[in-house]
Design a protein around this ligand. Structure first.
Ligand code: ADP
Ligand code: MG
Length: 312
């Protein structure tokens, strides 16, 4: 079974149990509407040694930051502010001295940056390997929440940063090149928290998610949940320095926001975003009717079967 086949199986298996007002499985976060026009959102992400990181290639401090970063990215992708996390860690007995303390200092540095409280968790011994699970909670106006299911035919598709640095960095790490700028980017993802909250407050932004498995995989989630198709102009993909198109589309862990925008307000949004953040957002294609994902090169259809990262 594939990762996403298994998630579908889980969702069906539990479909008869009351949702208790939650909008559950299927988006970057689950949503719980509160009284007074606000909602809470919830997400959990797991990092496993040997799968998500290699101990000799990443410092404890960086793993601490990254465990939190990937969760804050999912909250940002909903268009709201992260407010708190729960942290559970399983640590093996062969850890170097000071590893756990350095991990916590990394986790704290990103918590401070975005004023996110650590409100609980669990600590245990592990039989082998480090496992970290973070649950993050966000809060914001219900009207600002962006779902994967809200893309409309004609929308312009945007990414909020360059792609491929993390994927190229992973290739560097696996080749024991630890200090390239791309390897550093892979170990230090920066979640687009402020950008996500800002985009959340803009009604012309329709669907949004964060790019964790690569555009070629993640865009399909928006298409499937919104029941639409897309055309992507591959020559418009912003490729990070030192990377390439294939890695920008299929490499994971860039943690940039992917979103769709009403076509009549796309140009002012580009200008407003740039004047607010000093960095660009990149239009890369448009949402179409139907359910096809079509790659284009200078307007011509391409024969390409790009897929992103999956676990199974
Ligand atoms: P993301 O990459 O944004 O973290 P995932 O692709 O990991 O999202 O998960 C897709 C959806 O499936 C999310 O809504 C997530 O909460 C849900 N999900 C993933 N694994 C499980 C699980 N074991 N049990 C319940 N829900 C899950
Ligand atoms: Mg996500």
């Amino acid at each position: 079974m594939t990762e996403f086949g298994f998630i579908d199986y889980i969702a069906k298996l539990f479909a008869h149990i009351p949702a208790n007002d939650f909008e559950g499985i299927g988006d970057d976060c689950a949503i719980l509407p509160l009284e007074g026009g606000e909602s809470l959102v919830f997400t959990a992400d797991l990092l496993a040694e040997h799968v998500h990181f290699l101990r000799h290639a990443t410092s404890a401090y960086e793993i601490g930051r990254k465990s939190l970063a990937v969760n804050l990215s999912d909250v940002a992708a909903m268009g709201v502010r992260p407010i708190a996390t729960l942290l559970s860690i399983a640590l093996p007995s062969d850890l170097p001295k000071g590893w756990a303390e350095a991990f916590m200092k990394g986790y704290r540095s990103l918590s401070e940056e975005f004023s996110v409280a650590l409100i609980g968790g669990d600590t245990t011994r592990s039989g082998s390997g480090i496992t970290v699970n973070v649950t993050a909670i966000g809060r914001g106006p219900s009207a600002n929440i962006k779902r994967r299911s809200d893309a409309r035919s004609g929308d312009v598709i945007f990414v909020a940063g360059e792609l491929g640095a993390s994927g190229s960095g992973l290739q560097d790490l696996l080749a024991e090149r630890f200090d390239t700028p791309q390897a550093v980017a892979h170990r230090n993802p920066q979640p687009q928290v402020t950008e996500g909250i800002w985009l959340g407050a803009h009604r012309e932004v329709h669907a949004m998610m964060d790019l964790s498995d690569g555009l070629a995989s993640d865009l399909r989630h928006i298409l499937r949940r919104s029941k639409v198709g897309a055309e992507i102009n591959t020559e418009l993909i912003p490729i990070a320095e030192g990377s390439d198109l294939q890695t920008a589309l299929c490499g994971g862990e860039d943690y940039k926001l992917l979103f769709t925008v009403d076509p009549f307000t796309a140009d002012p949004l580009i200008r407003n975003f740039h004047s607010h953040f000093g960095t660009p957002i990149y239009p890369i294609g448009r949402i179409t009717e139907g359910n096809e994902l079509q790659w284009l090169r200078n307007g011509c259809p391409m024969e390409a079967d790009w897929q992103g990262f999956t676990h199974f």
